[in-house]
Design a protein around this ligand. Structure first.
Ligand SMILES: [Zn+2]
Length: 376
């Protein structure tokens, strides 16, 4: 009997020469095997003659419980329930929950890497959250950047509050985004933001800082400083903006709250704080995937439809579920992602070179205002 080739699978054997090829016709249906929860399909690669099951390469591979249980555990993780609580609710061991979370985070990381590409940047805001890993003597910072129009959480970095991490954050933004027009970039008054922006994005953005003065934990004064760009230009961009009417960091601060509520490690006066920096970074990768692709955003309500930030940014056409994300990890369009990455590189290169040339010509007009910082 001749089997038809399966087009939506690729070989899971890493040593196979067709491992990275997709839709080549080398995969056929092989047989079925029994599990406690029903029959599952096995596939055969005609190139390397190896067989693999439908869950190979996904977090569900060799799972001894149902996929529904796995999805529920992941859902609780991103809704801010700690590992011990999940373990008590589901009656699974603590180690099982921890290993499932690790698998889910790895899959989310791969998915984010493939999907967060080619976002059109209109307005960018960045901020950081203070937390700790291990002991309170080891403060840790979470840097996050949000594209305001689509509410897409573009990049995150976990580490010390220094220039290097801010540079990494901005480089991630530049990698993930398509920059068509100059955009507004707003942060708090932390000085390294200003240096990094001048070094990495000075020709492509108008940069401003929002500095809040507090007394007894209350904001008493808000100061707005324009660092790169001219006042008429930023006023024009604010006039055209659908979201902001003034220089602000409200959207990234709202994102900070969402992150804090969704991550059990970030609770205040909690016993389940992160014991290691990597655990925190992994958990945030899962949070990012959930926020961008799964959770509908209440600010993106259009009639009966409430979109996710990824839908608004045009990265996906519908709201995804964790099942779709985890199963997609095994069958991601490898060649498609490479093509998109090349396209973004080419676009960025051409756009940057045009911008640089214009900047050289228009240097006197594109006035760079440098304001001396006062203590705040
Ligand atoms: Zn193969």
């Amino acid at each position: 009997m001749k089997y038809k080739p399966v087009k939506d699978r690729r070989c899971q054997n890493e040593k196979c020469q067709d491992h990275s090829k997709f839709g080549e016709g080398n995969i056929i249906r092989h047989s079925k095997y029994k599990t406690r929860l029903g029959r599952r399909r096995r596939y055969l690669c005609k190139t390397c003659k190896k067989t693999f099951c439908s869950t190979k390469g996904t977090p569900y591979y060799r799972l001894h419980k149902s996929r529904l249980d796995f999805d529920e555990v992941v859902q609780m993780t991103v809704e801010g329930v700690g590992i011990s609580s999940i373990s008590r609710i589901k009656c699974f061991s603590w180690n099982t929950i921890a290993s499932w979370q690790y698998l889910a985070c790895q899959a989310a990381d791969k998915f984010n890497d493939h999907k967060l590409k080619g976002v059109e940047l209109m307005e960018l805001q960045a901020d950081e959250i203070r937390t700790f890993a291990g002991t309170k003597k080891m403060p840790m910072w979470i840097f996050a950047a949000i594209e305001v129009w689509s509410r897409l959480w573009i990049s995150k970095v976990v580490g010390n509050r220094n220039y290097r991490n801010i540079k990494t954050l901005l480089n991630q933004v530049i990698d993930a985004c398509r920059i068509v027009n100059p955009f507004i970039f707003t942060t708090d008054g932390f000085e390294p933001y200003s240096w990094a922006t001048k070094n990495l994005m000075s020709s492509i953005c108008l940069y401003a800082q929002v500095i809040k003065k507090r007394r007894k934990n209350r904001v008493i004064k808000v100061e707005r400083r324009l660092i790169i760009g001219t006042k008429p230009k930023i006023e024009q961009l604010l006039f055209e903006s659908e979201d902001s009417s003034t220089i602000n960091t409200s959207f990234v601060e709202r994102l900070n709250l969402t992150i804090r509520q969704g991550c059990a490690y970030l609770g205040r006066r909690t016993a389940c704080h992160s014991r290691h920096k990597d655990l925190l970074a992994n958990n945030l990768e899962l949070q990012m995937c959930y926020y961008n692709f799964v959770r509908p955003h209440s600010a993106l309500k259009f009639g009966d439809e409430t979109r996710t930030p990824a839908m608004q940014a045009g990265l996906v056409k519908k709201q995804l579920s964790f099942r779709e994300i985890f199963m997609a990890v095994a069958i991601l369009f490898w060649w498609y992602s490479v093509f998109m990455r090349m396209l973004v590189q080419v676009e960025r290169f051409s756009w940057f070179s045009v911008q640089q040339q214009q900047l050289m010509k228009e240097a006197p007009e594109f006035d760079v205002l440098t304001v001396e910082r006062k203590d705040c």
